[in-house]
Structures are given as C-alpha cells and as structure tokens.
Design a protein around this ligand. Structure first.
Ligand code: PLP
Length: 460
C-alpha cells in the first residue's frame, strides 16, 4: 500500500515512511492510495475474531512493508496494556449501545492508537538506527496517552508541555507520576495556547528540528487513524446480526480523527448507516453538515474539554474525498479558508456529505442532564464527552441500534460528573492512590528560549 498527500505534491510513500513523516512534507495529510475492500464473505469470517486478531486483519491490509509476524507482535503488545479482556467491549443501555474505548492505561480512547504508535516508532527507529525526541503540547488527554505510549521505549525521549495548574488534577497526575527516564514533563506557567505556540515554534525551527530529530504524536499521524478503524468493525460484529445490517455510529468529535476512522471503515465495506457527528458548543462541524456553513468561530470552554476545538486537523482528509480526490481543489479550499476564515461547498457536495453524516450539537446543560438521567435510569455513568454522543444518538434514533463511542472513563472528568449526579465517580483500580505517588515535572515560564534549551539539554 502506498500513501499520497491530500495536497498532491509528494511522490507516494510506503506505510513505514508515512508513519515517520506524520504530516506530509507538502503540508497535506497522508492517505492510502485506495481503500482495501472487505467483501461479505471476509466480513463473515472476521465475526468471531478476538480484538487483537481482528486488528491484525484490518491493519495488515494497509501495511505491506513490515513482515506479518513483526506487525502481529507489535499489535499484540499494544493491547496487553488494556484492563479489559475484550479491549473495547460493547454494552447495551437504555436504547443505545456504548462502545467502551477507555480501558487503556490513561482511560481515554487515545490509548488505542498511541499504544500502537509508540511501538511502531520504537520498531522503525531500531530498524534504521535512528533516535527521536517527541515534543508535544497537551490540555490533558493526548499528553498522558502519548507519555504512556512512549514510556520506557528505546531510542525515544518524550517532552510534553502542559499548562501548569490548568489541567484536571487527575490528568496532571497521570502525566507527572510517570518516572521513566525518557519522559520529561514540562509544566508551563501559561495557557494551553502558550504551550502549543512554543511547540510549533520548535518544529518551525528547521535546523533545530533536524538536529534533535523532533517527532510529533498529534492526531494527524496516519497510524493513529488506522488503529481506530479496528473498533468500528469490532463493535459492528457485537451489535449487527449475521446479515448486512447497517449500524449508525455516534462519535463525540473534536479533531475529526475518530469519526474519520469510521469513514474509512465504511469505505472498506463495513455496513455503516450514518456517522453521527456529535459536538459540544464548539459546533463548526455541525454547522457544516447541517447548514453547509464551515466558518471559524472562537473556542468556548466546556465540560467536554477534549472537544473544545474549532478547526479540526483531520477534516482535510475527508475533504479530499468530498472533492473527488482532487488535490488542486483541496489546496484552493485551504487558501480560501486562510484568507477568509470560511469554506464554501456546492449543493451537490452537501448532498454527498449528508448521505454519509448527520450531526447534532449538544450544550452543557443537555450534557449534564444526560449524565444524570442515564445514571438514574441505568446506574451507568457517562463521561461528559460520551454524554454528548449519547444525547445525539438518542435524539437521532431511539430504536436501540445506534452505537455511541465512549471516549473517556467518567473518573477522568469527576468534576462534571459530580455536578451532574451530586456524587464524584469512584476511581478505577489504576487511579487508586495516584495522589500519593511521587512525581517528576519541570515547572518553567512560558519562555521559548528556556524550553528550547531544556529540550536540547535532555534530548537523545
Ligand atoms: C480526543 C478526544 C475526543 C475527540 O476525538 P477526535 O478524534 O479529536 O475527534 C473526544 N473525547 C475524548 C475524551 C478525547 O480525549
């Protein structure tokens, strides 16, 4: 399988190069040259596979430059760190199925992809004798999942900047209690934007980036999307009967990575009825789907902070297909957007969008109400991100066939859960005693030069 860029200006690369490249060198995003087709007979033969084996079947169709035995080992190892034997179990509650994606080491769905990405990086670096210094900024979930994906890995150091005192206490602890020698937490005296700007500046400093082999783990890496395709298949087998029953998936959305993985599964032949894109008050994607209006607003803070995003970094991948795989149209669209803060679409394009997607925006009051009602009626606790998806799913269909992706464990967002139900959620075993564990973290001013020097000093 070869990979091409949405902007059309790179020569096709293999999977291994696509993983190491992250962002395409022409500024676009990488996509497979075609979608491997999964026919009905193959689909039927996958029905009983345990998660790891299904993951190998799905992922290996996109990878032809890693020996099958090695790929299988990397996948198996990635899901050994999950606390549930099914990895991503599905539970049926109150007219909706919940696909629990939070059984990984940091209790959010990002573990599903970042455990695999960490192992892929280690494998590919060893093969080429290279080293990598991962640098990233986080407002919470991504940073801890990235740290757990990279901890203890050979030839990798990881530096994660978070805004000092501005993540949830549990999120900060999840990061700073990781004491592996290759993990460097930097608590920046500033905002998440300060952290992100400093990281961007380090990556834009090309000589620095080269010298220290900087690597990124953000959600535009193709391997992250690919790992997430697997659980759409896994969930479909749990809820659809033996026929080709189409299933609707509700997806709490921020950067459009998770829902794009669903689009890939659909293009491979998985019978998906609709991809229901659920947003909080940051609803640019809902306005796009329902009104054809893609215009940038400013970010609003909500109780589902991992979805507080305006411009979704993976959206470009979908636009490439919407525009009939025409990179020139993608380039025009983004230059128009850079100039005007707006994208425009034809009526025909919007029909195409609505054939694949539906969307709902769920506000804070509705989110808290959904957590409370769901808990009252079923005893099941939703985290605020999942509640956005569940509310959207229940509004869209009440017939019990929809699957909502549960993107985080409620204990990660205890404050919102307590506000909704009156009680704090109980902590899962992995968080017991976390407040007493020793921590390691460098507190630094929001000063680019100081952080640059720190990275240079500690880099491999
Ligand atoms: C990252 C995240 C999301 C958003 O996922 P995208 O792939 O960015 O759309 C939703 N919920 C939680 C808990 C997350 O951590």
């Amino acid at each position: 399988m070869k990979y091409i860029s949405t902007r059309g200006n790179i020569s096709p690369v293999g999977f291994k190069d696509a993983v190491m490249m992250g962002l395409a060198t022409d500024g676009g995003l990488l996509l497979p040259e075609h979608f491997p087709a999964v026919d009905t007979a193959t689909l039927a033969s996958w029905r009983q596979l345990p998660y790891r084996e299904l993951a190998f079947q799905v992922i290996s169709r996109f990878v032809d430059d890693i020996p099958a035995g090695d790929l299988k080992k990397l996948i198996d190892k990635s899901y050994d760190s999950f606390a549930h034997p099914e990895i991503t179990p599905v539970v049926a509650k109150n007219g909706v199925h919940i696909l629990e994606l939070f059984h990984g080491p940091t209790l959010a769905f990002k573990d599903v992809a970042l455990q695999l990405l960490g192992n892929l990086f280690e494998y590919l670096l060893k093969e080429t004798g290279r080293k990598m210094n991962i640098v990233g900024a986080t407002s919470g979930d991504t940073g801890s999942a990235a740290i757990y994906g990279a901890r203890g890995k050979e030839n990798i150091n990881i530096f994660i900047l978070h805004p000092y005192g501005k993540t949830s206490p549990i999120q900060a602890r999840q990061m700073t209690t990781v004491l592996d020698a290759n993990v460097f937490n930097i608590a920046v005296e500033g905002t998440f934007d300060d952290c992100q700007n400093i990281v961007k500046e380090l990556f834009n400093d090309l000589p620095f980036k080269e010298q220290y082999a900087l690597g990124a783990v953000n959600s535009i890496n193709w391997a992250r999307v690919l790992a997430q395709v697997v659980y759409y298949f896994y969930a479909w087998f749990r809820v659809a009967d033996k026929k080709e029953t189409p299933v609707t998936f509700a997806v709490p959305t921020g950067n459009f990575g998770d829902i794009f993985a669903g689009y890939v599964a659909k293009r491979m032949g998985l019978p998906i009825a609709k991809l229901l894109l659920a947003t909080n008050e940051n609803n640019i994607l809902t306005r796009f789907i329902n009104e054809g209006d893609y215009s940038k607003g400013s970010v609003v803070q909500t109780v589902s902070p991992s979805m507080d995003i305006q411009v979704a970094s993976n959206f470009e991948r979908y636009l490439y297909y919407l525009f009939g795989e025409d990179p020139a149209r993608v380039r025009d669209c983004f230059s128009h957007f850079a100039a005007t803060g707006r994208m425009t679409f034809t009526a025909e394009e919007m029909n195409k969008v609505r054939a694949e997607f539906a969307s709902r925006s769920v506000n804070e009051a509705e989110t808290l109400e959904t957590i409370a009602a769901f808990h009252r009626e079923t005893g099941y606790l939703l985290d605020p991100h999942t509640a956005v998806g569940v509310k959207a799913a229940l509004e869209y269909t009440q017939d019990g066939t929809a699957v909502c992706l549960a993107t985080a464990h409620p204990a990660k967002f205890g404050e919102a859960v307590e506000k909704a139900t009156g009680n704090p959620p109980s902590l899962p075993a992995s968080l017991h005693g976390i407040e007493k564990l020793p921590t390691r973290c460098e507190i630094m001013p929001a000063d680019r030069a100081a952080i640059r020097n720190y990275v240079a000093e500690k880099a491999l």
